[in-house]
Design a protein. Structure first.
Ligand code: GLC
Length: 643
């Protein structure tokens, strides 16, 4: 039985508290980051050049702490939660968590037949309180408040379990916490690269620690990954662009040169050169900037973002993103699989997720860059890009019933500067599912836009982060949440939240995914349901003052997630099955849930992630709108946002 189950039972039966193991697991050093550079190393995997931000090239490793009892992940040896301290009967339902479609809330140790029955419990309590025989309304109220209490206790214990698991996933480097492992299932023999610290996966872990007031791990993560930023890695004799952040890194323990009896720890980054499909992680640097800002806002410690090496790191990421290419669009041009969806899913080009993170990172960077002569050009380029990017996304990615109707009647082959159908979209492209799916109230930003092609799929992360970062207008942001509410059965169903909707099927799946057996319809990236997305949903809902949506989603997740062992993702249209190849004890599922809970308890804290549109941008944007030929032609009034 998990801790969650145990805690509920303690309340139900007054059992003595089970031993909580996290104090023993907790071993976070409060010391800062310490680097010890060593200059003579052999060229092997795990070492290599580090071009430091002071301009020097150096090889480096850091000596490991000895005498600390850690496993290969650098974690202290501590077991998962102790189990089985209570004998119990089955719980059938709790408030708001009714049995649906034959699937019951998956309480830990479901198979135990002696779990308590809440109905029995309610009656028992009523009898004990002398309430038997009172009016049916009173009974209802009494049982309602009891079941509410049970739910609260249950939720609290799921949360406690999540904290224990999150702490167990911490990776140490030279005795300091530097990140969290992607998945931590002791029974999984096919770990692949899930034993690494992924940059994107660490974001919810980092936010959870920040919201708890534990800043060291985030600070260490920021500074260590910064040192990895410029490692010289090559793929077929070609190096990634300067400024690229790795997708993940691993702490390796290797024999110390020239001394067989000693070992040392090295940080070994992966920029995609070892990743399945060899995909470069465009999102890593963007998330890094977003986390850096959140760290400063949460901890009040601005000294990290003000450091020269950190400022250089920010600029390197920006330069890489703002570099000129052949592209005509202000959106960032990337290959397939360069973000959370890190396999072929037909999102190459200008996928929404990258654009939303790009916009958010640009705004965050602008806030953090210290003004100095050398960066004036960069800041100018950044400002121009912000305006152009928001205009482009709001204008051309937006879709709702009205816009769909416009597209349905589009004329094509318009050769002119003021063409209405600028991208030459053929109306036949409107997929039949969309005609059914699009609600009368609500709308969303499409997944991608290319010449003669609109990817009409709904991508959750891109839409939610467009709300959080104010890439979407206020009206659009509300409309996105309206759509999520209206299409709850499709997008949330039994487990929040679908990564995208709908799934690619048949011939489309074969061609677009390359017949990927992991991305079969309604699984994994192809319409699977990912609990980690709860935290982004929660931030978006808090920003728009619509917390009830997030609360409902969190309650849904709470029903199964602990009993199901915190899966990475769920399969099927309703998200009713644990994903076929899903990892268990997936850290960002755990952390995503925790961040959602922490923010719902303290919504004001969401401001460390939210970026509000500033008046300069609004003005520049409205000028662009009024200058747009399409708007002029229709004689619309100059206004800030037009949906
Ligand atoms: C999968 C996900 C990716 C994640 C990684 C580690 O590859 O697609 O987004 O970062 O697993 O959890």
């Amino acid at each position: 039985m998990t801790a969650a189950g145990e805690a509920v039972l303690q309340v139900l039966w007054g059992a003595s508290p089970c031993v909580n193991s996290f104090d023993r697991c907790l071993n976070i050093s409060s010391s800062g980051v310490s680097f010890k550079f060593n200059v003579k190393y052999a060229k092997n995997k795990g070492t290599g050049y580090a071009e430091l931000h002071n301009g020097l090239k150096s090889r480096w490793r850091v000596c490991a702490f000895h005498g600390v009892d850690r496993d290969s992940h650098g974690k202290t040896g501590c077991n998962r939660l102790k189990s089985g301290c209570c004998k119990c009967r089955r719980i059938e339902s709790i408030d708001g968590l009714t049995v649906d479609n034959g699937r019951q809330p998956s309480f830990p140790n479901k198979s135990e037949s002696n779990e308590p029955n809440v109905q029995d419990f309610k009656l028992d309590r009523q009898l004990k309180n002398g309430k038997a025989g009172i009016s049916s309304n009173d009974k209802l109220n009494a049982s309602g408040s009891i079941t509410n209490t049970v739910h609260k206790v249950w939720a609290k214990s799921v949360e406690d379990e999540a904290w224990d698991l999150l702490r167990e996933s911490i990776v140490y480097y030279c005795g300091n916490p530097v990140g969290t492992i992607a998945a931590n299932d002791p029974n999984d023999s096919t770990i692949l690269n899930y034993d690494q610290v992924f940059i994107r996966d660490f974001i919810p872990s980092g936010i959870a620690f920040l919201l708890k007031g534990e800043y060291d791990i985030v600070r260490n993560f920021i500074l260590h990954t910064l040192q990895l930023q410029s490692w010289e890695k090559t793929m077929d004799c070609h190096s990634p662009g300067q400024g690229l952040m790795p997708a993940s890194f691993k702490v390796r323990t290797v024999p110390l040169d020239g001394d067989d009896s000693a070992t040392e720890e090295v940080l070994d980054p992966d920029f995609g050169e070892a990743a399945i499909g060899r995909v470069a992680p465009v999102d890593s640097g963007l998330w890094w900037i977003i986390l850096l800002r959140a760290y400063g806002k949460c901890s009040g410690d601005l000294s990290v973002q003000e450091r020269v090496d950190v400022q250089t790191g920010i600029k390197m990421i920006l330069k890489l993103c703002l570099a000129d290419g052949f592209d005509m669009f202000p959106t960032l041009l990337v290959t397939d699989g360069s973000c959370m969806i890190d396999r072929r899913m037909g999102i190459h080009g200008h996928p929404l997720e990258i654009q939303a993170l790009f916009y958010s990172a640009l705004l965050s960077a602008r806030e953090m860059l210290t003004p100095e002569d050398g960066s004036a050009d960069l800041i100018r380029a950044l400002n121009n890009r912000l305006v152009a990017l928001s205009f482009h996304i709001r204008e051309y990615y937006w879709i709702d019933m009205k816009k769909l109707n416009e597209i349905y009647r589009y004329k094509t082959e318009e050769y002119s500067y003021d063409a209405v159908n600028k991208f030459n979209i053929y109306p036949d492209q409107i997929p039949p599912w969309l005609v059914e799916f699009m609600p009368h109230i609500g709308g969303y930003l499409i997944g991608n836009l290319q010449p003669a092609h609109m990817d009409f799929r709904f991508f959750s992360l891109g839409n939610l982060w467009s709300v959080v970062s104010s890439l979407a207008t206020v009206d659009q942001s509300h409309a996105i949440l309206d759509l999520i509410e209206a299409k709850w059965a499709e997008l949330v169903a039994d487990m929040p939240l679908k990564i995208c909707y709908p799934a690619l099927e048949g011939q489309e799946w074969r061609i677009i995914t390359g017949s990927d057996p992991k991305n079969t319809p309604w699984s994994y990236h192809n319409g699977g349901s990912w609990p980690t997305l709860l935290w982004q949903l929660t931030v978006a809902c808090i920003k728009m003052n619509r917390v009830e949506i997030a609360e409902k989603a969190v309650k849904l997740a709470e029903r199964h997630i602990s009993g199901d062992k915190w899966p990475e993702y769920y399969d099927t249209k309703r998200g009713r099955f644990i994903g076929k190849q899903s990892r268990l004890y997936q850290t960002w599922s755990i952390a995503g849930y925790l961040v959602a809970k922490l923010l719902l308890d303290n919504p004001a804290a969401a401001k460390v992630l939210v970026t509000e549109e500033d008046s300069e941008l609004v003005n520049a944007f409205s000028c662009m709108i009024s200058a747009s030929p399409r708007r002029r032609k229709r004689g619309r009034k100059k206004q800030t946002f037009i949906v």
